[in-house]
Write a protein that binds this ligand. Sequence first.
Ligand code: SAH
Ligand code: SF4
Length: 353
Amino acid sequence: MSSPVPKIDLKSLSPPQLEDLIRSFGKERYRSLQILRWLYQKSVHSIDEMTNLSKRFREELSKVGFISALHPLRVEQAKDGTRKFLFELEDGHRIESVLIPDRKRLTLCVSTQVGCALGCRFCLTGKMGFKRNLISSEILNQILSVRETLTDETPITNIVLMGMGEPLANYANTLRAIQLMTHPDAFKFSSRRITLSTVGLIPELEQLAKERISFRLAISLNASDEETRSHLMPINRRYPLGKVLEVCRNFPLRPRTRITFEYVLIAGINDSSADAKRLFRILRGIPSKVNLIPLNEAPGIPFKRPPEEKIRQFQEILMAGGMTAIVRASKGAEISAACGQLQAKSPSERPQS
Ligand code: SAH
Ligand code: SF4
């Protein structure tokens, strides 16, 4: 006897794949667009709720497909309003998403992998090691699940792929998820409100350049010379800073868009005036802005955050040359929701400080 064919998670399909499935039932394309709206705009939890499809079709579709969901195991809120959501996946792995209110914006930071293989020395996610890639429905369900918890507040305005994991190491699932985030019949986010943060994996960056993407790109630089970067980020030995910048320099950006360069400031490692001047020099000619992120300290991370004075000085050197440089406020640190602190541990496992 053959084993039953597993059902298809409808949210793991790209719009063209969903269309193919719908056509296999002899239905027209617009039916697949109706389904996208049920899945991502009305957030239904069962195929039977898709009431503009015939009862018969809903029954047939339910035989081959299902609708996945994520439910938060725990939600923590920091005094600054930042909320961290812990989700448990089907196989028991855990991931986190962080919701960050900032004036008129409400930004959701989503994870793309369970853990991360790249082992940057300042990052707790890196310390976890790599467990597995998220499939696109697991990326999208973070948005849907968080959205369901919002009552009459501002809707989510921005998505940043800056949670656990390296998005370009999970290229296909991440791009499929972004396709649905921006699709007019799915989430309808403007692509300018979606930012993907990466260490700069060269082959994948080159592929992105070919695909002429319109979402925003953030590159985690974190150092202005090869040696320091290799020390902080082992991936730099494979894909060196110089090569990453070369790809950025030639990247086909849309008019009026810039690449964001993220730079975690670490006391005594990469925070000197000479570092700032070198950073300025190496970014010259690339339409760019710099996000300075003072290190979020954590037990097990062998580095310190620079003093305020040093942070301001670093920023001023960049700005004096006409570069846009902002110091990113570290939100949610008290609930371990700030950059580099996502580890998906329960409060009892979290070291007390
Ligand atoms: N893997 C991707 C995206 C997730 S990390 C990347 O590295 O870009 C998101 C951001 O958090 C990166 O810019 C990273 O440099 C930063 N980060 C990691 N650990 C940090 C820490 N301890 N303090 C401050 N920022 C940190
Ligand atoms: Fe991975 Fe990004 Fe953390 Fe580096 S900073 S270990 S790439 S999640």
